[in-house]
Design a protein around this ligand. Structure first.
Ligand code: F0G
Length: 365
């Protein structure tokens, strides 16, 4: 029998699970909150939209701090601790800062987060405060924040835990490993939102590595989606003033631009754009039809799937793909992080009398 302290699969975290594929040593202290091992959910209603192809949603919103960032952060913070770091630092549109704050707290080191003022979703900002980070808001956007962080990092006082830190990418590639392990092979298409380009780079590295090891027979086409008014990779130029309701991907000069481009071209994939309206429609559709509530940036992957199915303008059309195709969409962050758009749409709840009749009437029976 296992001892009471033996860890279940769920509690192990990605370093213990995938140590052989990660840049870690046996003596490294592991800073983990049980990240990874997230559900790959088969979605029948989404599948119907693609003529019966199988569509799966990789739900990264159920990670410890509610986003995929935790996969990279467990590796980045463990390695920082091994090297004796006392402080970590990041720029963020919200999720990286939430994750960095939590893992720093867990490691017993300090964390400073540099954020674009007024542009961080409520839940994410709240997380940084809850975990005790030093929060600095700047007059500027994410690209300005990352510039400042890069300069500050040169002093050597901090370890930068943005995805320019290769340990972050190494951790995030484990999501691709999990998909292959669970499906028995790689999917044919992988759709995901793109901001800084780190995650698409990480998935592609993961798919390539497992393929090279003979764990999968094929490689997926990587299809990334940017918000229409924050789409530097799509337009192939820096966007000085990116704007989108999907604040997580409000980025005009992605740090992993080249790597993201390489992932797209090597995989014979595509980069495309979706509008804010399409993003909000997809967010609501996914919650109501599949029971999965994601933040707007994550819904860009679902809006993108709809575009591939229906629009003649899509960079990649699903109209002629074989019916045996398997499609994975990564949804990157939990819907509760960014409640503002939904709160605005909520009707004012008016209390009714506490009687069965009044409640029946209010339900509409
Ligand atoms: N989805 C969510 C929910 C994100 O928070 C991010 C990035 C992305 C997608 C895009 O991933 O940058 O690797 O291409 N968020 C970063 C942050 C920028 O600071 O939290 P990417």
């Amino acid at each position: 029998m296992e001892s009471a302290t033996a860890k279940s699969q769920r509690s192990r975290g990605i370093i213990e699970h995938y140590a052989e594929f990660l840049p870690v040593s046996a003596s490294m202290p592991i800073v983990s909150l049980g990240e990874g091992n997230t559900p790959l959910i088969h979605c029948p209603q989404l599948s119907k939209r693609v003529r019966g192809c199988e569509v799966f949603v990789k739900n990264e919103g159920v990670n410890p701090t509610g986003s995929f960032k935790d996969r990279g952060m467990t590796v980045a913070v463990s390695k920082a601790l091994e090297r004796g770091a006392k402080s970590i630092l990041c720029a963020s549109t919200g999720n990286t800062s939430a994750s960095a704050s939590a893992y720093a707290a867990r490691a017993g080191i300090s964390c400073a987060v540099i954020l674009p003022a007024g542009k961080i979703a409520t839940g994410k900002l709240l997380q940084a405060f809850a975990y005790g980070a030093r929060v600095v808001a700047i007059d500027g956007n994410f690209d300005d924040a990352l510039r400042v962080v890069r300069e500050l990092g040169e002093s050597g006082d901090f370890v930068i835990v943005n995805s320019i830190n290769p340990d972050r990418i190494a951790g995030q590639k484990t999501a691709a490993f999990e998909i292959i392990d669970e499906m028995g092979d790689a999917p044919d298409f992988h759709l995901l939102p793109v901001g800084n380009g780190g995650n698409i780079t990480a998935y592609w590295a993961g798919y390539r590595e497992h393929h090279a090891e003979g764990r999968s027979t094929k490689l997926p086409a990587m299809i990334g989606f940017q918000a229409a008014r924050a789409a530097p990779i799509f337009h192939n130029r820096i966007i000085e003033r990116p704007e989108t309701i999907a604040s997580a991907i409000r980025i005009g000069n992605p740090a992993s631009w080249k790597q993201a481009r390489a992932a797209i071209s090597e995989s014979k994939g595509a980069i495309d754009v979706v509008s804010d309206e399409e993003i909000l429609t997809a967010q609501s559709w996914l919650a109501r039809h599949e029971g999965i509530f994601v933040e707007p940036a994550s819904a860009a992957a679902i809006a993108g799937l709809f575009k591939c199915c229906g629009s003649r303008e899509a960079a990649h059309s699903f109209q002629k793909i074989p019916e045996t195709s398997r499609i994975v969409c990564t949804v990157t962050g939990h819907g509760l992080k960014d409640p503002d758009a939904i709160i605005q749409r909520m009707e004012k709840l008016k209390p009714v009398a506490a009687t069965v009749n009044d409640v029946r009437r209010a339900i509409g029976l």
